[in-house]
Write a protein that binds this ligand. Structure first.
Ligand SMILES: Nc1nc2c(ncn2[C@@H]2O[C@H](COP(=O)(O)OP(=O)(O)OP(=O)(O)O)[C@@H](O)[C@H]2O)c(=O)[nH]1
Ligand SMILES: Nc1nc2c(ncn2[C@@H]2O[C@H](COP(=O)(O)OP(=O)(O)OP(=O)(O)O)[C@@H](O)[C@H]2O)c(=O)[nH]1
Ligand SMILES: [Mg+2]
Ligand SMILES: [Mg+2]
Lengths: 274, 288
């Protein structure tokens, strides 16, 4: 039969709540429900409600599905292929770089890591230990050195030795911190990366949208990796896909090097609707 | 009786001619959206909205208060009740032991040093034990921060059992006033790590268990806090990264699920970027 207007509103409200409880940002959840309301106005059939919700989420998440995988992009790009990792404090950038280095090494590629966090206590030691465990070359300077200089050094090393990839780690920073965003802009200007990857924390709520849009506006974001998905519902992927429409390359699903999986929209939809 | 916290809500109420059902619904909707945007738990926000609306429409203003003033008072009371009051932690007994726990990357290590310096400046001799045996560079991070802060650090580079490290550390710091124990990050799906935390808490027998919570955390805050609380009785919360744009609404869920109070907030990466929790300031920021 057909949905009455009051019943439709209740269904849409319940759906908005389930989206928000899965960490879809408030305004995005509202926009999604507004879009759905419009489509329901055109076709009020009762028996495809759950299908329509699924289709809507698929439509949104498919905008974040990478058209080409990382390996493909690398093979089409310059050598060395330079990837700059950025994001706010504690989201999982350094650990994600280690995972990506592991993944690429296993594909037979020669990786160089630039210890670009020259600020935080223990940052260089942290990535140095990962590089040692992975058998990957690390380029580092002293604590307090210019981060752009480390990146530049790593790229020069890779060029000289015919290495395939340079992964640049950077210090976490609040997107609202003017000076730190200027510093990041300088690192990007000097290193001219082939890809700028925003690493987000899948546990974060509404702020992840402000983080990603600010980093994109100020520095530029080419793709996204969401870490700590093993702890989260993943609604942030929907928010980011809706707002940025940039590819989500990987999801981080734990603290081991293997805990990196390619972004699969279906998995996320099952988490939220299933 | 009110800070600038509810100024925009107050302004709306004050500038309207009549406190009628329409105004109340509008105010409640504004507050609802602000709290949801601030990452307060959805169910808590909906319950709060119902309570405010009911009280505003059914309660008679107490003697001396206009209907407008009464509405403002209700909104303020209900939100502050959710947030709870701060908590003053006074180290007593030798040593006063604080166990720092929380999700990966929430700010435990940085906050442990901030707390150490906060108390050491107030005359408490402080030591920090590195009980994180997983994260590469964890001990180096503490050693470097400890040197900057003038705080002694105890750690064992090649020991993989945090219980051994903590026992040795507590022995070394037995005459200190305050000992903070930094632990590895963990979340509620990691059963092995939760069990380790439980064992650690039994061995340490802490005077205070402090949950370090990232201000950017979303709707999972309550569930995560509850899981930690079931294994180690959380007594206080350190709300980190409040210097960004996140409002820290997850702290409200953590308070609701654990009965703990927010004691401190982190407002930056430097050692002095720590403040005692101020409920009014928090509410003001929550409502944007
Ligand atoms: N459970 C889980 N933990 C993760 C994941 N990714 C990273 N972590 C953990 O999160 C914590 C922070 O990771 P880091 O790699 O240091 O994060 P970061 O973004 O480099 O941090 P800063 O450089 O300080 O901004 C560490 O304890 C990691 O092991 C993940 O996918 N799942
Ligand atoms: N801006 C800002 N950054 C903070 C704050 N507290 C911690 N950080 C940063 O957040 C990141 C993570 O902090 P850590 O102290 O390493 O977090 P942790 O909980 O010990 O991480 P794990 O041990 O991996 O679980 C670092 O980059 C810190 O400098 C804060 O209040 N404000
Ligand atoms: Mg890092
Ligand atoms: Mg730590």
């Amino acid at each position: 039969g057909e949905l009455g207007e009051r019943e439709l509103e209740n269904i849409l409200w319940d759906f908005q709540i389930s989206l928000m409880e899965a960490d879809v940002a408030l305004e995005i959840a509202e926009d999604i429900v507004d879009d759905l309301r419009e489509s329901f106005m055109k076709n009020k059939s009762r028996d495809v409600v759950k299908e329509r919700f699924k289709e809507k989420l698929e439509e949104i998440l498919n905008k974040a599905k990478p058209e080409r995988g990382l390996l493909e992009l690398i093979s089409e790009g310059d050598k060395p292929y330079v990837i700059l990792f950025l994001g706010v404090n504690g989201t999982g950038k350094t650990t994600t770089i280690a995972k990506v280095a592991h993944y690429l090494s296993r594909e037979g590629l020669d990786v160089v890591i630039a210890a670009g966090d020259t600020f935080r206590a223990g940052a260089i030691e942290q990535i140095e230990e990962h590089a040692r465990r992975l058998g990957v070359k690390l380029v580092k300077h002293d604590v307090g050195a210019d981060s752009a200089a480390v990146a530049y050094d790593a790229i020069k090393h890779a060029e000289a030795r015919g290495k395939d990839i340079v992964l640049i780690d950077t210090a976490g920073r609040m997107q609202t911190n003017r000076n730190l965003m200027d510093e990041l802009r300088k690192i990007a200007r000097v290193s001219k990366p082939d890809m700028k990857v925003f690493v987000g924390d899948a546990l974060s709520g509404n702020d992840v949208v402000d983080q990603a849009t600010t980093f994109d506006r100020e520095i530029g974001v080419d793709s996204i990796i969401l870490a700590k998905m093993d702890a989260a519902k993943g609604g942030c992927a929907i928010s980011l896909a809706y707002v940025l429409e940039k590819p989500i390359l990987f999801l981080g699903t734990g603290q081991k090097y293997e805990d990196l999986m390619e972004f699969d929209p279906q998995l996320l939809i099952d988490l939220i609707i299933g | 009786l009110l800070g600038k916290s509810l100024s925009s809500v107050i302004r709306k109420i004050s500038s309207t001619a009549l406190v009628d059902e329409r105004l109340v619904k509008e105010i409640v909707r504004d507050i609802q959206r602000a709290l949801l945007r601030a990452d307060v738990n959805v169910k808590l926000v909906l319950d709060l909205s119902k309570r405010i609306e009911e009280r505003a429409l059914k309660e008679d203003p107490p003697r001396g208060l206009s209907r407008k003033q009464h509405l403002i008072k209700i909104v303020y009371e209900e939100i502050v009740a959710l947030v709870g009051e701060g908590k003053k932690i006074v180290p007593r007994g030798k040593p006063f032991k604080v166990l720092m726990i929380g999700i990966q990357g929430s700010g435990k290590t940085t906050s442990a040093i901030k707390l150490g310096r906060y108390y050491q400046k107030r005359g408490y001799k402080t030591g920090v034990i590195c009980a994180d045996t997983y994260r590469p560079g964890a001990l180096d991070q503490l050693l470097q921060l400890g040197e900057k802060a003038g705080i002694e650090i105890y750690g064992e580079r090649n020991e993989s059992d945090p219980i051994k490290i903590v026992s040795h550390g507590l022995e070394k710091f037995r005459n200190f006033d305050l000992v903070l124990i930094d632990t590895a990050g963990r979340h509620k799906e990691e059963e092995g790590l939760l069990r380790e935390m439980e064992e650690l808490s039994k061995v340490v027998n802490p005077d205070e268990v402090m949950l370090v919570l990232d201000a950017t955390i979303g709707q999972e805050a309550g569930k995560q806090a509850k899981a930690f609380h079931e294994r180690a009785k959380v007594g206080s919360i350190f709300l980190s990264k409040m210097d960004g744009s996140a409002k820290g609404g997850g702290a409200i869920s953590a308070v609701a699920e654990t009965g703990a109070k927010v004691a401190f907030i982190g407002i930056g990466e430097r050692i002095d970027d720590i403040e005692e929790f101020d409920p009014e300031g928090f509410v003001s920021r929550l409502l944007g």
